[in-house]
Design a protein around this ligand. Structure first.
Ligand SMILES: [Zn+2]
Ligand SMILES: [Zn+2]
Length: 226
């Protein structure tokens, strides 16, 4: 494998999952995405209530990580449902979905077997997939350009350190986004990016004209939703 960054495949896979999953606002919801993809998410507390079902020591592997994937008989992601920060849990589930969507289980079954040590390049690819799903380069670029004060970790549901990694890898990943893909993603998030709410009359609208006034009551500078 041309590891860990097989010619930006993780960027293209993340973009096409975004285009297919029906998401239209941020932060992305990993539970929603998994259910659309037919992948079961199981809280550890439930697994521990029927331990005989589990093929290996899940609780032990979860002591080091937040989520693990069982690939047999069907894909199922077990996640810690106590003592974990929401941002870290969200990223961990998207990381596991990255292994599945990037076909790591199909292409590298030996490496992904639970008894094996993890492969750093596959882990890096799953991380890069998660970042590009949660904070796609074209959307981060648009927000940083138009609403720079909003370009921060919380908007994307990232932890502070994951957001720093996102910023550090923008140039590397931008090289893999063609114009068509960028336009598609901006189209998908169009309403989310342009939604405003008028404090005076309480109405919301999509600001196509950039007139900086409420189209209903004329009040100036309505708030951006984002
Ligand atoms: Zn992993
Ligand atoms: Zn108004």
């Amino acid at each position: 494998m041309d590891a860990p960054f097989r010619n930006g495949r993780y960027v293209r896979y993340a973009c096409s999952v975004l285009a297919d999953c029906g998401a239209c606002s941020l932060p992305l919801d990993p539970f929603d995405l998994a259910s659309r993809a037919g992948i079961m998410l199981l809280p550890l507390s439930r697994v521990e209530s029927y331990p005989l079902w589990v093929p290996y020591d899940i609780a032990d592997s979860l002591r080091m990580t937040i989520a693990v994937t069982l690939s047999y008989p069907t894909f199922c992601i077990v996640f810690r449902d106590s003592d974990v920060e929401p941002d870290r849990l969200r990223f961990a589930i998207f990381h596991e979905l990255g292994h599945i969507f990037m076909n790591h289980y199909r292409d590298f079954p030996e490496t992904m077997s639970p008894a094996r040590m993890t492969d750093p390049s596959l882990e890096a690819e799953a991380d890069a997939f998660a970042l590009n799903l949660m904070a796609p380069v074209p959307i981060v670029d648009v927000i940083r350009y138009n609403r720079p004060q909003q370009a921060r970790a919380a908007v994307f549901g990232l932890s502070r350190s994951a957001w720093m990694r996102r910023l550090d890898t923008m140039d590397r990943d931008r090289a893999f986004v063609d114009e068509e893909t960028a336009n598609l993603l901006i189209y998908i998030f169009h309403n989310y990016l342009l939604r405003r709410r008028c404090a005076a009359c309480g109405k919301t609208f999509i600001d196509e004209t950039q007139a900086d006034a409420c189209p209903f009551c004329g009040a100036a500078a309505p708030d951006w939703d984002l």
